[in-house]
Design a protein around this ligand. Structure first.
Ligand code: 5GP
Length: 194
């Protein structure tokens, strides 16, 4: 039997503020090797965010140029800004046999699923909408208007959680990381047997 040694492509969607980044940090600490896609965005960096670490920060013209050059696996608008996944590093990671994780919004998740039906769809839910609101306000880096728009968007996104194969509730970030680890192991086994 020929074995498929390519890595697993996992989409991790979920509302802004749900803690996707923190959970993925714990997954890495658990020793799970994976490639985390660094997205491009036109939004301004938050304090502490570093170029190429958090995001590749681009101006609108450069982003649109990359769209025209088909450099993105997917791209979407979120609160008036562009966000997109550069395609080449993801393909390279998968070809090396590494699991690749895309931390993206719901629109982007379904674009990737169209192009790559083998992608594993995971949605991370907050323990409650009140808790999510608390976390978004707690960041203290955005205007009231922006926070309210993120909260409205979060409600729309959570309403689509049933369209995902897996749903993980982030009650505790360590437990959520363990759940992601289990999903990746299970899917990798299935994938390698194909
Ligand atoms: P934030 O501004 O909070 O960093 O991100 C806003 C939303 O955009 C989050 O839900 C985040 O997961 C999503 N996002 C980040 N990168 C990408 C991307 O490359 N593509 C898409 N479609 N969404 C992204």
């Amino acid at each position: 039997m020929s074995r498929n040694n390519k890595g697993v492509l996992m989409i991790l969607a979920g509302p802004s503020g749900v803690g996707k980044g923190t959970v993925l940090g714990y997954l890495r600490e658990m020793g799970h090797d994976f490639f985390l896609s660094v997205s491009a965005t036109t939004r301004a960096p938050r304090p502490g965010e570093v170029e190429n670490g958090s995001y590749i920060f681009l101006d609108k013209a450069e982003f649109e140029d990359r769209i025209a050059r088909h450099a993105f696996l997917e791209h979407a608008r979120y609160l008036d800004e562009y966000y997109g996944t550069p395609e080449e590093p993801v393909e390279a990671g998968l070809a090396e046999g590494r699991d690749c994780i895309l931390e993206i919004d719901v629109q982007g998740a379904f674009q990737v699923k169209e192009k790559r039906p083998d992608a594993i769809m995971v949605f991370m839910l907050p323990p409650s909408m009140e808790e999510l609101e608390k976390r978004l306000r707690g960041r203290g880096t955005e205007t009231e208007d922006k926070i309210n728009r993120r909260i409205a968007r979060a409600a729309d996104e959570c309403a689509q959680a049933d369209r995902f194969t897996y749903r993980v509730t982030n009650l505790d970030a360590h437990n959520a990381a363990q759940e992601l680890h289990d999903i990746l192991c299970l899917e990798r086994e299935k994938h390698q047997a194909e």
